[in-house]
Design a protein around this ligand. Structure first.
Ligand SMILES: [Fe+2]
Ligand SMILES: [Fe+2]
Length: 322
């Protein structure tokens, strides 16, 4: 008698089962589309190639560094900056922000991913002249200097910064044993006093900070972060979409208010003219965020940056106009 193929038991169907089904379906579709086995495996091994809508969110592995506040009466100020994409950052704006931060003196300054673009080691540059440009060292040094000028205290992992690991893994896996090529070491985070968060960061009570590339992307600012918030069951602040915006979702039943979940996307600090891959059009906004934490009370202000590079914080204009 022919043996029955094992199938997933729907009574004990788990998140891991859903993830594996998605991988299997993706592989089958790649083969159906004409990819050879080895090409299909190669694409399957690259998480960046997955369409956002087929893969369920990653397991909710929150940072093992819990949020701690020594003095609950103190108003803590956290500045969140996103998507600098060095060497494509808007230098005028980053200098304005650096000067603002010297006056504002936040308790923490967090970059929420894509600090460096790593364009020369991207899979998109493979087989193009860009892959031969000798700028990796100077881009890294420029990014290290900028993180220092901005007084960054925490960085969060992201798709662009994963490129270092990805290319080593693909081309020369034995180099993974070299500690100096680990992203946090390569970026001199020890010397800069920066804490690197590989997992979602417990940034404030009830809030996590993530880059935003592990959950589906929506086309309007705030909606991707809200989607992530609903998946995590926590308020989420994120980057990655290069959009600035916020949204919220309230659970309520029988006239009783339940949970209110907030999602905030921080925007980006990139020089738009240098983002050639957008073909000149993209729904992006330049901005950063300030989070005020007083005990369990958290307020997030989105600070939009004008085209001339200036911005307003608490009623005061900061930055030199271009
Ligand atoms: Fe980005
Ligand atoms: Fe990103």
């Amino acid at each position: 008698m022919a043996r029955k193929r094992p199938v997933i038991d729907l009574d004990t169907y788990s998140a891991l089962d859903a993830y594996c089904i998605a991988l299997n379906e993706y592989y089958k579709s790649l083969r159906k589309a004409g990819f050879s086995e080895s090409h299909a495996f190669w694409i399957l091994g690259d998480r960046e190639s997955f369409p956002d809508w087929i893969i369920p969110g990653l397991p909710n592995r929150i940072d093992n560094i819990p949020y701690e506040d020594d003095d609950e009466d103190y108003m803590k100020k956290i500045v969140i900056l996103s998507d600098l994409q060095v060497p494509f950052e808007d230098v005028h704006v980053t200098q304005n922000i650096a000067r603002f931060l010297q006056k504002f003196k936040p308790d923490q300054t967090v970059t929420i991913g894509d600090e460096i673009d790593f364009q020369t080691i991207s899979k998109w540059s493979e087989g193009t002249p860009q892959a031969y440009e000798q700028t990796l060292g100077s881009d890294r040094d420029r990014c290290v200097d900028l993180l220092w000028e901005l007084g960054v205290t925490d960085c969060i992992r992201s798709n662009h910064t994963d490129r270092l690991y990805n290319i080593i893994m693909k081309k020369i896996p034995s180099f993974l044993s070299l500690p100096e090529l680990r992203f946090e070491k390569f970026m001199k985070f020890d010397e800069l006093g920066i804490t690197f968060h590989k997992n979602p960061m417990n940034i404030a009570p009830g809030w996590i900070a993530v880059h935003g590339d592990h959950t589906p992307i929506k086309n309007l600012g705030g909606l991707s972060a809200l989607e992530a918030a609903r998946r995590h069951g926590k308020n989420v602040i994120s980057g990655h979409t290069h959009r600035a915006g916020r949204s919220a979702f309230t659970e309520a039943s029988g006239g009783r208010l339940g949970r209110v979940l907030h999602g905030v996307e921080v925007g980006n600090l990139m020089d738009f003219k240098q983002a050639g891959y957008t073909k000149g059009s993209a729904n992006w906004q330049m901005a950063f965020a300030i989070m005020y934490v007083h005990g369990s009370n958290v307020q997030v202000d989105l600070i939009n940056i004008e085209k001339n590079g200036t911005f307003i914080v608490q009623g005061k204009v900061y930055g030199r106009p271009r």
